[in-house]
Design a protein around this ligand. Structure first.
Ligand code: ACM
Length: 264
């Protein structure tokens, strides 16, 4: 299975222009699972909730409408960040779009900094979705950017069987990319972090999007400012093997009997 990411520097508020640029990049790819950054068509550094409202849309809206023929014609699975409007609420969401035009959603659980002023914390929990790729079924989990600092959702997705975790991001700290190596090792999953590049309203993003393998091996890591799509061949079946040595399994060796906070 070919997996990878798109890294670029979107123009704040220019949804149409950003979609056209991404659409043009995607039209050169075929038969792949590609992750795009968080809020990748709207931009990220909002001043207030009103500004988010002007660009937010329902999950099945113009963005999905634009991307659907591209994923269908090129047999692509896409994961992309979306400013999602649901009634009065705004969510920082991630959408999984299949070549058949099916959509699945994850709403960011751990909001970062000023996001708390605009977005409602996610209410989807941490779902795992089945992706049918080249005749095999692969389990995919979605997380978004700052979710990285909490080990719990990664472990929960792993316990639910996720083999690949797609991680759209707008990272501002330098150390997430290295932390993802540990998340991959401790859970024995593939992690695709699609970060944005460039600067927006004086906020600098760290780029360095990457794909990490199940043993923490960095399969791809790009530069801070480069733009484009990168992919790598992987065997998602590797993520079913949780053995660290012949006698150690990272899931079944857990000592849940000792993990309670309160002494019995
Ligand atoms: C972040 O969660 N966008 C840092």
């Amino acid at each position: 299975m070919r997996i990878g990411f798109l890294q670029y520097n979107p123009v704040f508020g220019d949804k149409k222009g950003n979609l056209e640029r991404v659409g043009e990049m995607l039209s050169r790819e075929k038969n792949a699972f590609i992750v795009l950054p968080e809020l990748c068509f709207t931009g990220y550094v909002f001043q207030d909730k009103k500004e988010v409202e002007t660009v937010a849309e329902e999950m099945v809206g113009p963005t999905v409408g634009y991307l659907t023929p591209i994923v269908r014609d090129n047999n692509l699975f896409l994961v992309f960040g979306l400013a999602e409007k649901m009634g009065e609420k705004l969510y920082n969401s991630s959408c999984l779009l299949s070549p058949m035009g099916e959509t699945r959603i994850y709403r960011k659980a751990h909001l970062f900094d000023r996001e708390k002023l605009f977005f409602t914390p996610g209410d989807t929990g941490f779902p795992v979705f089945d992706v049918e790729f080249d005749g095999s079924r692969v389990k995919v989990g979605l997380l978004i950017c700052f979710d990285w600092i909490f080990p719990e959702p990664w472990r929960i997705l792993t316990l639910k069987g996720a083999q690949i975790i797609a991680h759209p991001a707008n990272l501002v700290f330098q150390y997430c990319q290295d932390a993802m190596v540990t998340r991959a090792i401790e859970n024995r999953v593939f992690i695709i972090t699609a970060n944005r590049a460039g600067e927006e309203r004086r906020v600098e993003f760290t780029g360095r999007s990457q794909v990490v393998g199940t043993k923490g091996n960095i399969l791809i890591r790009v530069g801070e400012r480069v733009e484009g799509i990168w992919t790598v061949e992987c065997d998602p079946g590797e993520a079913k093997n949780k053995m660290v040595t012949e006698k150690n399994d990272v899931l079944s060796d857990r000592r849940e009997d000792l993990y309670a906070i309160e002494e019995k």
